[in-house]
Design a protein around this ligand. Structure first.
Ligand SMILES: Cc1cc2nc3c(=O)[nH]c(=O)nc-3n(C[C@H](O)[C@H](O)[C@H](O)COP(=O)(O)OP(=O)(O)OC[C@H]3O[C@@H](n4cnc5c(N)ncnc54)[C@H](O)[C@@H]3O)c2cc1C
Length: 423
């Protein structure tokens, strides 16, 4: 079976690994990057806690000993479901079966101003761009010509009170508390404000009430100004204008308030559900298309408990990939009895800072907060990171940061300084 997998994220990579060296399968794994990205720790790259290479894993290394997985680094441009072809920026490839695992990208909801001036965080490079802007702003603050300019350079606005926004604003608050005043003794850090804007009435709304309240409490203790019910109207690179008329001057706005599926061209728009996700059946088969499957963030599958599709989290992508590998094997062997997908939700969590995290476990229904939750969060993330070396380095980094209250990755590389963002 000539199987093409589009995207080497949590879903695509898992699927390729499951079918690695399986007789009868000829696999082509296509991604625009030559490495797998561990998105849950982007925020630590953005806040100089981890090196980018600790959370990015070269794809070719994973399949060094593979007899049947080939890799192509290319941007998928179009799918031709009639001719059964994938058209990429480099070449075109024919498939017998196709799996779309292209995940989701940032959704700016068409706001061009935001696209130009705000920083998204959906790739390792974007996390590095945030890091460089953050540090660069303090270098510029030393040279600020007026109090207004100084304030603008020292204010940070994070938009979106989901796990990413919470984790990021907590980590920046810890930099403010433990690291930045030592690096910049000439600056008065009581002037640095970190705002977390959330459009709805509470942060971490997908978690339990207890987690939402506890994380708010943690963030406030860390000095983050959490503004719920606050919707950003526009941002010109200097001033955030909220719908309720309030304004915040800031040279760094991080946009963590929306994602949308990376749907390749060639998929009929009738097959697209809310959030730009592709409608699939319980076998991850794209509705109405022969031999085309979709898994992970890009797939919208309805289950009794998830009528609007599953949450866009790594375990869904991994579980769907695992089952699809088994089902593809049955298809290959012409066997009946494909197994329908059912999501096993083992819980959700978010970390706010040192010793501070929240964990919700569905069965038995349990909420854990504080140090215990923080340990659970760390252990689980360490287990999920690909590669023993990466796991080891992340652990050592965390240990070092924990003991010294410091990290040493505050380097500014001009290449990562986003040219198009001016302030
Ligand atoms: C900042 C952040 C923090 C997160 N934290 C957590 C967390 O703590 N826990 C959790 O469970 N989930 C978390 N998530 C969500 C989780 O990362 C996703 O649910 C998961 O990555 C989805 O897996 P996927 O395989 O569907 O897509 P992805 O892992 O996003 O992979 C998609 C792949 O497709 C490639 N691709 C996309 N378009 C193209 C194209 N046109 N051509 C070629 N290649 C393409 C991409 O390069 C990427 O490698 C987080 C996400 C972000 C952004």
């Amino acid at each position: 079976m000539k199987l093409i997998i589009l995207g080497a994220g949590f879903g695509g990579l898992k699927l390729a690994r499951m079918l690695n060296n399986k007789p009868g399968f000829e696999i082509l794994l296509i991604d625009k990057f030559n490495y797998h990205q561990f998105q849950p720790l982007f925020y630590q790259v953005a806040t100089a806690g981890l090196d980018a290479s600790n959370i990015s894993f070269p794809l070719r290394k994973v399949f060094q000993n593979s007899k049947n997985v080939r890799i192509r680094i290319a941007e998928v441009q179009k799918i031709d479901t009639v001719q059964k072809m994938v058209i990429t920026s480099e070449e075109s490839y024919a498939y017998d079966n196709l799996v779309i695992a292209t995940g989701a990208g940032t959704n700016f909801f068409g706001n061009k101003e935001l696209m130009e001036h705000a920083f998204p965080m959906k790739s390792t490079v974007e996390a590095l761009q945030i890091r460089h802007r953050l540090i660069r702003n303090f270098e510029e603050a030393l040279l600020a010509g007026s109090n207004e300019e100084l304030q603008r350079l020292m204010n940070v606005v994070v938009v979106g009170g989901g796990p990413t926004g919470v984790e990021l604003s907590g980590a920046i608050a810890e930099m403010k508390k433990y690291v930045l005043p030592k690096d910049y003794p000439e600056l008065d850090f009581s002037k640095m404000n970190i705002y977390l804007l959330e459009g709805t009435g509470k942060i971490l709304s997908a978690l339990s009430e207890a987690s939402s309240k506890q994380s708010l409490n943690y963030l406030q203790k860390l000095g983050v100004t959490v503004m719920t019910g606050s919707v950003l109207d526009h941002y010109d690179g200097k001033t955030v204008q909220l719908k309720d008329g309030k304004q915040i001057d800031s040279s760094l706005v991080i946009w963590a308030a929306g994602i949308k599926g990376n749907v390749p061209a060639g998929i009929d728009e009738n097959l697209i559900a809310r959030g730009n996700r592709i409608k699939v059946d319980r076998y991850n088969k794209v509705e109405g298309l022969d031999s085309v499957f979709a898994i992970g963030d890009i797939a919208c599958m309805q289950e009794e408990a998830f009528v609007n599709g599953h949450p866009q989290v790594a375990p869904v992508a991994i579980q769907q990939a695992t089952l699809l590998a088994k089902n593809l094997q049955r298809i290959f062997e012409n066997k009946d009895g494909l197994q329908p997908f059912s999501y096993k939700d083992k819980g959700v969590m978010a970390t706010v800072g040192r010793n501070l995290a929240v964990v919700d476990i569905p069965k038995p229904k349990l909420h854990v907060g504080g140090f215990a939750a923080w340990l659970i969060w760390m252990m689980l993330h360490l287990m999920l990171i690909l590669g023993v070396k990466n796991r080891f380095f992340v652990f050592i980094n965390w240990l070092y940061n924990y003991v010294t209250y410091d990290q040493s990755l505050r380097l500014i590389f001009k290449e990562f300084y986003r040219q198009d963002v001016k302030h």
